[in-house]
Design a protein around this ligand. Structure first.
Ligand code: F6P
Length: 309
């Protein structure tokens, strides 16, 4: 790729239709706003909760609300987008006037518990046809996330072009291509899971984690933000897992705007994602806020987990 290729230039060179480019431009614009706000949130009293509980039963942080508004406001400007589904909205938003060919499903802030302690968080998004919102994950047209870490990185996966990284250069306000197509290593050296729940996991999951830290000598890396933990796995290989447990058999993560887009990215990079008994990309959702267990990572680790089922 020529030096300083911007995200819009990359998509134009890749021959992507102008409507899709408009959608991604507005997603990246929302992400720039969120990145800018994160830098000053602590100074401007934007941390902490709104006092509202969302449809998931979780406390809404001020920045959850801000990021959701940024995504909605920016996507409303794209006539090609006729449906929006967000973690922060009880119902999907249908934009009847738009008659567009895309639906955008998103989690505006992933890893909210990291906000007040100034650690990595993310935004996750999935692009589908409007009629495919409740179709299996394999129907996604594209998926991506933004990791707000030491640098702000937008990761975009498209079937024909693979997975590419674009890093925000804050001095010019542009996402520049930095890496791709990215291939997830065949196996890795770390796993990420909230092991406080070990006692409540199923026997196969416990056995798998036992194997990871025993015989296989994996180390633990868990940040509390799916995007950060997934990015480590995407770059270095390994496995991230948030299984179901005795109280929450479907786990914690949401299928449409967390598990399915990351499964799509993993798949495009040569990795794989499963729930405890199905391929994530084969699950047909019954509701927009449905949860699913998620085990995602390198082929070697996932293949080791599957025969145990
Ligand atoms: O949205 C879910 C999320 O915040 C993920 O980003 C993260 O991996 C997970 O929850 C952390 O959950 P827990 O606090 O239970 O480990």
């Amino acid at each position: 790729m020529p030096p300083d290729t911007t995200l819009p230039e990359f998509l134009a060179l890749a021959g992507e239709p102008v409507e899709f480019r408009a959608l991604i431009r507005q997603v990246s614009f929302a992400a720039k706003r969120v990145a800018a706000e994160l830098r000053v949130a602590g100074l401007q009293g934007m941390l902490g909760s709104t006092g509202h509980i969302n449809v998931q039963g979780e406390t809404v942080q001020r920045l959850d609300q801000y990021a959701n508004e940024m995504f909605v406001q920016n996507l409303l400007r794209v006539p090609a987008v006729s449906d929006l589904v967000s973690e922060e909205m009880d119902e999907g938003l249908h934009l009847a006037r738009h008659k567009g060919e895309y639906a955008l499903l998103f989690d505006p802030i992933d890893g909210s518990s990291n906000l007040d302690v100034n650690l990595t968080i993310g935004s996750i998004f999935s692009v589908r046809r409007p009629g495919d919102v409740l179709a299996k994950g394999r129907c996604q047209i594209a998926a991506g996330y933004i990791a707000y870490g030491p640098a702000t990185v937008c990761v975009l996966a498209m079937r024909q072009h693979g997975v590419h990284f674009f890093t925000l250069d804050p001095s010019i306000g542009e996402f520049l291509w930095t890496r791709g197509p990215v291939t997830m290593p065949e196996r890795g050296g770390t796993y990420g899971a909230n092991e406080a729940h070990t006692e409540d996991w199923s026997e196969p999951v416990r056995g798998f984690v036992q194997w990871l830290r025993g015989e296989s000598h994996h180390s633990t890396r868990y940040s509390g933000a799916l995007v950060g933990d997934f990015q480590r796995i995407l770059v270095d290989g390994g496995v991230y897992l948030y299984p179901g447990d005795a109280t929450n058999p479907h786990g914690k993560l949401r299928l449409l705007y967390e598990a399915a887009p990351l499964a799509f990215i993993a798949d495009c990079a040569g990795g794989r994602a499963v729930s405890e008994d199905a391929d994530i990309l084969e699950i047909v959702p019954a509701a927009i806020h449905q949860r699913t267990p998620l085990i995602v990572g390198s082929r070697a680790e996932i293949d080791r987990f599957l025969p145990a089922r």
